[in-house]
Design a binder for this molecule. Structure first.
Ligand code: EPU
Length: 433
């Protein structure tokens, strides 16, 4: 593997983020490429007969992990100073995603479909439990079986093999984002037509489909609940720029709403944030949009509580639930948040309570009575979006809040402390223990 990667190593584990709350955020923040689009896109480059170049790649720990994963398989990777990654899949000779990588990044499961479609075999460690829910992968496996793969779980590994996959009609029981992506990637090289019903409609699925189409795949219907794929014999390499991260965008907008500030997000894709922007308007924000920017003015006002129910796109995203829980914690009134996608995604609640939030969790519902002030305290991140909500709470808490286990944030938010300090936050990373 020739991997000219420039990521800092080792610092992430010990780092904490320290925030002194109380500053209304003002200014401009640029939005990075989407984590949940770049990961499947990097993996999809395995399907090609030639190298692919991917730009607008965010500088994230999960990107580093994916590079490591593809590199260990024998792909050649290079990364330039503009974070453009070139992936050359021609040297791939190990068809495996080992447990030490899968356990740090569940999205490693995405190599399963491409490996079995392109190389006829794959061994991928079965992901275990997760902080936000049990997160089974049965639908990924069942879909690949329907495409003709032999799939078995042995010694903690998923083992899949096939001569050539065959097109099939696959009806997903539950809407699954990475499940749809795995099956979609596999179907591009299957013989004949595949139809994926009840497919995920997330913009990241559409971005992956666009990437595959630019490699020569024949795909229709991405972004609707029925995706049709006409299998081709081979795919070429391509050049592709990843779409902006809607969850990162939403997180900065909430930071602005909570602090009563005024913010412009640039290099964004407003059309992917309808449900989130509706809730921010309901919370009292003035919002204006252009093709690739969003401006929000909170005018120093305290936000109003909002009720939210998470569901697959285009409904309200589960990946924004924790951040709105933080907003409701300091909002006027009572907000009810219902989480329908993952069964255990309220781990941030106990930490927010340490800052003085008034939240009651009953089953999959959190009832949040807004308090006028939170007070700073040491708190601990448990997963990526939970940790973002803790940073948001720290921005409005009186005094100092220290968020431990920052490596969760680094998986999905590019230079979060730099972006927040640029818009006025008093935030810094402490790297020593
Ligand atoms: N599910 C099954 N069986 C399966 C697959 C999923 O029952 O085989 C269930 C899950 O347990 C869950 C629901 O289906 O209850 C939806 O899960 P989904 O498969 O859509 O989640 P995912 O593909 O594992 C992606 C994102 C998550 C995001 C969810 C939901 C990536 C790499 N991850 O996960 O992102 O929360 O979709 O939108 O795309 C994050 O970025 O912080 C994150 C967790």
């Amino acid at each position: 593997m020739h991997c000219k990667q420039t990521f800092p190593e080792g610092i992430a584990d010990m780092a904490r983020i320290q925030i002194t709350g109380g500053v209304p955020l003002r200014g401009e923040v640029w939005i990075s490429g989407a984590k949940n689009a770049v990961l499947p896109i990097m993996v999809a480059s395995l399907l090609g007969e030639e190298p692919s170049r991917i730009s607008n790649v965010p500088h994230l720990q999960d990107v580093t992990t994916t590079m490591e994963l593809l590199g260990r398989m024998g792909a050649e990777l290079s990364l330039d100073e503009k974070m453009q990654i070139e992936i050359d899949p021609r040297g791939i000779d190990r068809f495996e995603a080992p447990y030490d990588l899968v356990k740090t990044m569940r999205a490693s499961i995405l190599v399963l479909g491409p490996l079995v479609a392109r190389f006829g075999r794959a061994r991928v460690a079965l992901p275990g439990g997760c902080a936000i829910g049990s997160r089974p992968v049965n639908l990924h496996l069942h879909g690949l079986q329907q495409l003709g793969a032999n799939v078995a779980v042995r010694n903690g590994n998923i083992e899949a093999s096939a001569d050539r996959l065959r097109g099939a009609r696959i009806v997903l029981d539950t809407v699954t984002v990475t499940g749809t992506e795995n099956i979609l990637m596999a179907a591009t090289l299957a013989q004949g037509t595949s139809i994926i019903e009840n497919a995920a409609q997330e913009p990241e699925v559409v971005d992956l489909a666009n990437f595959l189409v630019s490699m020569g795949a024949k795909i229709e219907g991405a972004g609707t609940n029925t995706i049709t794929v006409e299998g081709v014999d081979s795919l070429n390499g391509t050049d592709y720029s990843v779409l902006p991260d809607r969850i990162e965008t939403g997180t900065y907008l909430i930071a602005c709403a909570m602090t009563g500030g005024r913010l412009r997000c640039t290099r964004a894709r407003p059309g992917h944030l309808d449900a989130v922007l509706d809730k921010l308007s309901e919370a009292g924000a003035d919002i204006s949009l252009g093709e690739d920017w969003i401006e929000m003015d909170m005018g120093g006002r305290r936000p109003r509580s909002v009720d939210i129910t998470t569901a697959p796109y285009p409904a309200f995203p589960t990946d924004m639930q924790a951040q709105f829980t933080a907003l409701n914690s300091i909002a006027e009134g009572t907000g009810v948040i219902t989480e329908t996608v993952f069964e255990n995604r309220f781990m941030h609640v106990q930490e927010l309570q340490r800052l003085g939030a008034d939240i009651q969790v009953k089953g999959n519902t959190a009832i949040i009575r807004g308090v006028p002030r939170l007070t700073g305290a040491p708190i601990m991140a448990t997963d990526l979006r939970a940790s973002a909500s803790l940073v948001l709470a720290g921005l409005v808490a009186d005094g100092v809040t220290t968020v431990d286990r920052v490596y969760h944030i680094d998986r999905g938010y590019e230079v979060i402390e730099e972006k927040l300090s640029q818009i006025g936050a008093r935030i810094r990373r402490i790297s020593e223990t």
